[in-house]
Design a protein around this ligand. Structure first.
Ligand code: C6P
Length: 404
């Protein structure tokens, strides 16, 4: 059992008033709030050990380097990567996907196929479209059904020896669907394709085990797991990271440089050009420690309760339709109210202190599938409560009355 009031006290922003009302923060899919321990760790880094890393022999530089590498080790343990050098610090999920897509440009040719899913965020569509434009490879799409589940029979049909990489999210940001990625990875490997998993929406809710999943790449963002913005992780199997060329050139990613030839540094530095977000990388380790202190089993169980409660309460509102009713779902509810634009509901409930996301959620193909401009998305975290859900339901009813 989680002590929610104790957990809420860790998050100073949650006791704040917005528009004169106590904040109800249901936009966790966009970014999570930060516990005091994370906020303090950022200040502590700048107050005590701020220096550039991997560069100086002086004490502060060594302290900062050590803290950065300790954090890499924490992430390695957290996702169960075999080696610390398979964990690359990035600025976020988008950066990680672009690094891999860019690397595949050297491997693809006309006739090859890249498989994405109908449930992807734009960050896991556009880099692959750009890759296909560059190489002449073809982008194919695994379709979804009305519940927001990927149609596995269609996936089976799309896989062939032409498929070079399958790239799919672990959990959909717009609908909350949890995809059966383990089975999908096994099938992709049977035709010799690599697999990238976009874990941006999964990592706030579960602890991925990259060795058990056997994925080739797993990417996620630090800011969605209580860490700072501008942080993220690209996990890649050692063989793949060795095979792919670096994404960016610059300081720290080299072994030797002359005007005739440059040789690259070993992993992970080959993919970490330039001065990174040092404080962010270190504090991402603090955030992961914080979440593991609460425990992902507890988080998953409690968030499932919130999802069930909110689904029941919202479904009782006349004219309300929920999009995304997959059997396996995380704590995200996308909905609309008949005859009312999602922005109008979002704007009114914001005045009542309720923060939700409205719009296409950077997943326009999903909105096109349902023939809607967007949805209202409430995404819950372990620090949310049933009382907050009640407040949202009342606010939505009020907005509906005002707008109809
Ligand atoms: N989704 C949302 O409100 P970045 O911006 O790089 O940290 O994450 C991009 C991204 C990639 N994949 C998925 C599945 C995502 O959900 C996101 C970010 C936020 O849904 C902001 S658009």
């Amino acid at each position: 059992m989680l002590d929610i009031q104790k957990i809420r006290a860790d998050f100073p922003i949650l006791s704040q008033k917005v528009n004169g009302k106590l904040l109800v923060y249901f936009d966790n899919g966009a970014t999570s709030q930060k516990p005091q321990v994370v906020i303090d760790a950022i200040a502590q880094y700048y107050q005590e050990i701020n220096a550039n890393i991997h560069r100086g022999v002086h004490t502060l530089s060594q302290l900062a380097t050590d803290a950065y590498e300790v954090s890499r080790g924490k992430i390695q343990n957290h996702i169960n990567a075999k080696h610390a050098h398979e964990v690359i610090f990035t600025s976020g999920t988008t950066h990680g996907i672009n690094a891999v897509a860019n690397g595949f440009a050297s491997l693809l040719k006309v006739g090859d196929e890249v498989l994405v899913s109908a449930l992807e965020h734009h960050s896991n569509i556009v880099p692959w479209q750009m890759l296909c434009e560059r190489t002449g490879a073809t982008l194919k799409v695994i379709p979804m059904n009305e519940q927001g589940e990927l149609i596995q029979l269609e996936y089976d049909k799309l896989l062939s020896d032409k498929t070079k990489i399958v790239t799919v999210n672990h959990i959909s940001n717009a609908l909350g669907t949890i995809n059966p990625i383990k089975e999908m990875i096994t099938k992709a490997h049977q035709v010799g394709a690599a697999v990238l998993i976009d874990g941006a929406q999964a990592t706030p809710h579960l602890k991925p085990d990259v060795q058990d999943l056997d994925c080739d790449f797993y990417v996620f963002s630090g800011h969605k797991i209580c860490g700072p913005t501008g942080t993220g992780i690209l996990y890649g199997k050692e063989d793949w990271l060795r095979k792919l060329p670096p994404y960016q050139g610059g300081g720290e990613m080299i072994a030797t440089v002359s005007f005739e030839k440059t040789t690259y540094a070993d992993l992970p530095h080959k993919f970490e050009a330039g001065t990174p977000n040092i404080a962010g990388g270190i504090v991402l380790g603090t955030a992961v420690d914080y979440l593991n202190g609460i425990g992902f089993d507890h988080i998953a169980q409690y968030e499932h309760e919130l999802l069930t409660y909110a689904t029941e309460k919202l479904s009782a509102i006349n004219g309300l339709k929920i999009y995304g009713t997959a059997e396996h779902k995380t704590s995200v509810i996308s909905f609309n109210i008949e005859g009312i634009h999602p922005y109008d509901i979002g704007t009114i409930i914001d005045k009542l202190g309720i923060a939700v996301r409205t719009g296409h959620h950077c997943a326009q193909p999903i909105m096109d599938y349902f023939k809607i401009p967007g949805t209202i998305r409430a995404s819950f975290a372990f620090y949310n409560t049933k009382e907050e859900i009640d407040a949202m339901v009342e606010a939505v009813k009020k907005a509906q009355m005002m707008l109809s």
